[in-house]
Design a protein around this ligand. Structure first.
Ligand SMILES: [Zn+2]
Length: 419
């Protein structure tokens, strides 16, 4: 199984062009409105949402070949262009509306001054770096400290833990792993592998002053005094986090090179990588992914006519269209969404839920849309002001803008509200 993963990655790396897809119905979209500013806005959005949510929001699959490489990170090029088009024109392009690849997307991005990498991007770079990872030879085989530290960092990424870890903390976490899974007789000291990894692009060491010592001699005193932070570079951590293929490929490679075939299952479990094939599947979706999923479901229901604007009581609507309500609660993070909220009660409901009421900004009965983009979560105080207060009308205007703004921030590619 491991060989299969490696073979797949090598194959992808060596492929120089994708077979041309002929889609006679594909309309040629003029990408000319897109400027560098629009692309930068799309990249910022990608950074803010994370890769998985960005791709989900705009409805793109993971790129296989062309990536924008910008300030040390990789971005799926076609999805970025689709999103940038939205910033330029008010309506993002969907994946079906234009073709990706060298002649369209890569050419446009390069003409705007961006670097486009041809290959499998982060996966390729990570695999290449680990293939050439140089470690100390021992009588029993190549030393395992560096691969163990890489696996430890991958486990942190997959579980969403802080990417950069202070030496004082990392030292404690790594000691047991190095003792347990390192070569017999190797000292379980983490300063050597951490300093050796710091020479690579996929690793980051920061938070220290002056010159970093080499990974030999007695660097321990320097590490103790400086207490630097170390971990996977942001792009590498993200690649491992979002792509099971990357994680499997890297794990298989490390197993083949350093562990006589495969990384021991106990080690994978100890670092939190679990069974390789299911590690990501077991992760609950992020709130943003969940929000996008719910909004997409509401949209589908609207289209099918199951979610139309019926004249129903707001309280009834709250019970009936729980998809919208749940999405808004998710977005609120448990806090009143009125930007001018004077403070929500510092208590929770008897079930432990936040004291919030999800409300249509414009009364649903009067035609207000039953959609998260037109709804807000309010604390009882703000809800009372909106429905009964003298400032109700003014607040309603604020909330109308707020609901839309929050929605677009969480689901920037939503065609239901753009344009
Ligand atoms: Zn409030």
């Amino acid at each position: 199984m491991c060989t299969v993963h490696i073979a797949r990655i090598v194959h992808m790396t060596h492929r120089t062009s994708t077979p041309a897809r002929h889609l006679p119905t594909l309309t040629l979209v003029n990408l000319a409105p897109i400027t560098r500013t629009h692309v930068l806005a799309a990249l910022a959005e990608f950074d803010r949402l994370g890769r998985a949510a960005f791709l989900a929001a705009y409805g793109f699959a993971e790129a296989r070949q062309y990536f924008v490489h910008h300030e040390g990170r990789y971005y799926d090029s076609k999805a970025v262009v689709g999103a940038a088009y939205g910033h330029a024109t008010g309506r993002p392009l969907t994946a079906d509306e234009f073709s990706g690849g060298r002649q369209t997307v890569a050419r446009l991005l390069e003409s705007l001054g961006f670097t486009v990498t041809d290959g499998t991007g982060p996966t390729r770079d990570l695999v290449q770096a680990l293939t050439s990872l140089r470690v100390q030879p021992t009588d029993a085989g190549p030393a395992r400290h560096q691969p163990i530290v890489v696996l430890w960092a991958m486990g942190r990424a997959v579980r969403g833990r802080a990417r950069l870890v202070r030496w004082s903390e990392a030292r404690v976490e790594l000691r047991g792993l190095l003792r347990e899974y390192g070569r017999d007789g190797a000292r379980p000291s983490a300063e050597y592998p951490l300093l050796a990894l710091a020479r690579h692009d996929f690793w980051e060491m920061s938070g220290y002053a002056g010159e970093r010592p080499a990974a030999h001699g007695e660097p321990r005193g320097w590490m103790d005094a400086q207490d630097p932070r170390g971990g996977l570079a942001a792009w590498a951590a993200e690649a491992v986090q979002v792509s099971p293929a990357t994680r499997d490929g890297v794990t298989a490679l490390l197993g083949a090179r350093f562990f006589d075939g495969a990384v021991p299952e106990e080690l994978l479990r100890d670092v939190g990588l679990g069974p390789v094939s299911t590690a990501l599947g077991a992760q609950p979706p992020s709130p943003v992914e969940e929000y996008v999923r719910r909004c997409a479901a509401i949209r589908a229901a609207e289209r099918a006519g199951h979610h139309e604007r019926r004249r129903i009581d707001v309280r009834e609507a709250r019970v009936r269209s729980s998809a919208s309500v749940q999405a808004v609660l998710l977005r609120s993070g448990g806090r009143c969404e009125n930007p001018a909220c004077a403070g929500q009660p510092d208590d929770v409901t008897r079930d432990g839920a936040p004291l919030l009421e999800v409300d249509h900004v414009d009364d649903h009965a009067a035609g207000g849309r039953d959609h998260p983009a037109a709804m807000v979560a309010l604390c009882p105080n703000c809800h009372a002001v909106k429905t009964r207060g003298r400032g109700g009308e003014r607040l309603r205007e604020v909330l109308r803008a707020e609901a839309r703004e929050r929605h677009v921030a969480w689901y920037p590619g939503d065609e239901a509200v753009s344009g």
